[in-house]
Every structure is written in C-alpha cells, then in structure tokens.
Design a protein around this ligand. Structure first.
Ligand code: HEC
Ligand code: HEC
Length: 287
C-alpha cells in the first residue's frame, strides 16, 4: 500500500498549489463528446484512440450513449482500497461525505490517467452533505459511491449498476460502522448499525449506540471515517471488474416477502428496496 500524508493528498489535488482538480477551472465535461475523423474518413471516438494500454480492466470504455451520442473516457482502472480510504478521510474536511468519497476515487484516477478525471468539477459534490443540503435523506457517502458507479456503468440498461448499488447499500444498512481507523492514536468514536441508507436514520442510530449528539466533533469524525469505509468498499466492488463480484449481498427474507406482495408483481403499491421494517412495523395481524 502506498502511504499518503495529508500534504501529498492535497497537493495531488491542487489544493495546496497550482491549478488542479479542486480549483474549479476544469474544462466542461461535454468536451468528452469530441470525436475525431479516422484515416478512412470514419468517425472515431476520441476515447477509443487514446485508451491507455495499461488500463487494467476498463469498464464502459469508449461506449457511445445511443441517445446523446456522447463518448466518455471515464473508464475505471483498479485502485488500491487502502489508499482510496485514506484519501477520502483526508478530503472530508474540505467538502464533507459525498465530496470525500467521490474525490477519493476521481483523484486517484486523475493520478493514473490524467484527463478527463483531472477536470472533473468535484466541488459540485459538496451538495451531498448531511443527506443532501442538510435534509438527512440519502447518506452522502452512499450518494457519492452511487454516482461513481453510475459514471462507470452508464449504459441505459446496465443490470450491474443496480446490483452494485444494492450490494453497497445492503452492506451499509447492516454493518457495524465505522471501521476505518485513521492512525495508531485515533480517538474512539464508537460504532452503530445504520439500518437505513438515510443520513438521518444512520446518524441517529449511531447517536443512540454511542451517546454522542448529532452535531459534535465525534459525529463529524464518525462520518469522516464512514466516508473512508464506503470509498474502500466501493473500490473493492469496482475492482472486481466488468462482471462484478462473485457474490452479491441479497435482501433479507423479510424484505423479499414485503416486496413480493407490495412490489411490481404484487399489489404494486410500493416501489422500494430499502429495509421496510425500519419504518413499517406490524403486529401479527398483518397478512
Ligand atoms: C402475503 C402478502 C403480504 C406480505 C408478505 C406483506 N404484506 Fe403488507 N399488506 C398486504 C395486504 C393484503 C395489505 C392490505 C392492503 C389493503 O388494505 O389495501 C397490506 C398492507 C400493508 C400496508 C398498509 C396498511 C398498514 O397496515 O399500514 C403496509 C404499509 C404494508 N402492508 C407493508 C408491508 C411490509 C413492510 C411488509 C414486510 C415486512 C409487508 N407489508 C408484507 C400483503 C402483504
Ligand atoms: C423511510 C421510511 C420507509 C421505508 C424504509 C419504507 N416505507 Fe413504506 N411508507 C413510508 C411512509 C411514510 C408511507 C406513507 C404513509 C403511510 O401510509 O404509512 C409509506 C407507505 C407505504 C405503503 C402504502 C400504505 C398504504 O396505506 O397504502 C406500502 C404498501 C409501503 N409503504 C410498503 C413498504 C415496503 C414494502 C417497504 C420496503 C421495501 C417500505 N414501505 C419501506 C415509509 C417508509
């Protein structure tokens, strides 16, 4: 594992010096739609010409979107989970959870591949803080992960995209987090099981488990470490390549049952996959 200190991380992102990923001066993403004309006069996506030879297991490389016609070079290359986790941890104070997770992966890919990753307007990801602008809805660390999954699996009908998101969300709902420890003398922040992908529920469960409040420095440290955990888990999933990991986590039997009766093939009065019993509890009279 490559070891990073705060200065390395920030310098690699341009925070400390010259223009870089965080400086907001990147070229627009639509620049990626540029196509060039090949020798025989055929239109060649710029992406296909410049695909790096050492790209590992690129996913979605050079595939044009059939609707927009855009071709991106936003191809994933395997990353080191420990490094990505550490970078996420270091980025957190500069923009909170979603920014940290998204930035950790994008900055590592910028290191490896340069553009277009270097020009990504990472600042936009600050909106995800505290469940989107303070609303306590979807956890920003998960939102950042899902956005990255969407970046690398962007075809219209990509089953793997939803599978990867499900796996990550189920892991988050059911795991004792955070696990990431930033260093040998790190303070204890305690753990909680979120039971939900919602920021509000996740934070409140952790508060109940640990006795801390939702606004203190311990809570910030908890979310900082949680961001590292999510980024690491995401990279492990993405590293599994174009087929995805061998096994995906599955919904609980209870959730399967709820969805069977209430989902698409059933009464059709609920469209969701998140843990139902978090919000709906029944006595034995329920069907
Ligand atoms: C065997 C089929 C079946 C299963 C399994 C099932 N439900 Fe239901 N559920 C029903 C039926 C039937 C109704 C009544 C529908 C009505 O009155 O319109 C109902 C009603 C509800 C309602 C609205 C009424 C109320 O009591 O609040 C909710 C919410 C609900 N179910 C959630 C769930 C959840 C969550 C689960 C899983 C823990 C679940 N259901 C499992 C069939 C099922
Ligand atoms: C974050 C909380 C939350 C979660 C998680 C959740 N629900 Fe709901 N659900 C609600 C709320 C709020 C309503 C609307 C108010 C109500 O009728 O209870 C609702 C409504 C429903 C209804 C319609 C009830 C009616 O009276 O017609 C059904 C059926 C239902 N949910 C099933 C599910 C199933 C199945 C799941 C899991 C896949 C699920 N819900 C997960 C909060 C939640």
């Amino acid at each position: 594992m490559q070891t990073w200190n705060r200065r390395d991380v920030l310098a690699s992102l341009g925070v400390l010096g010259s223009a870089g990923l965080l400086s907001g001066c990147g070229e627009p993403i639509l620049g990626e739609s540029v196509r060039s004309v090949g020798k025989g006069g055929e239109s060649v996506p710029a992406a296909e010409r410049s695909a790096p030879a050492s790209a590992g297991a690129p996913v979605s490389a050079g595939v044009a979107d059939p609707v927009s016609g855009l071709v991106g070079r936003w191809s994933y290359q395997p990353l080191d989970p420990d490094t990505v986790g550490q970078v996420a941890y270091e980025l957190y104070p500069h923009g909170s959870c979603m920014y940290a997770v998204f930035g950790s992966v994008i900055s590592q890919l910028a290191e490896k591949a340069g553009e277009p990753f270097r020009s990504f307007p990472l600042e936009m990801m600050r909106y995800g803080a505290t469940g989107i602008g303070g609303w306590g809805s979807v956890c920003g660390a998960l939102n950042g992960c899902a956005a990255l999954i969407g970046l690398f699996h962007r075809e219209q009908h990509d089953k793997l995209r939803d599978e990867l998101i499900s796996d990550l969300f189920l892991w988050y709902e059911s795991s004792r987090l955070p696990r990431f420890v930033p260093g040998p003398v790190a303070d204890e922040v305690g753990v909680g099981v979120a039971g939900s992908v919602l920021c509000h529920v996740s934070v409140s469960e952790w508060c109940k488990s640990t006795g801390h409040d939702a606004f203190g420095k311990e809570r910030r440290e908890r979310c900082r470490r949680l961001s590292a955990d999510c980024a690491m888990r995401l990279v492990e999933l993405l590293n599994a390549g174009a087929e995805g990991p061998a096994d995906f986590l599955d919904l609980t039997d209870a959730n399967h049952a709820c969805i069977e009766c209430h989902g698409k093939g059933g009464q059709g009065d609920s469209s969701a996959r998140m843990s139902c019993v978090r919000c709906h509890q029944f006595d034995r009279t329920h069907p």
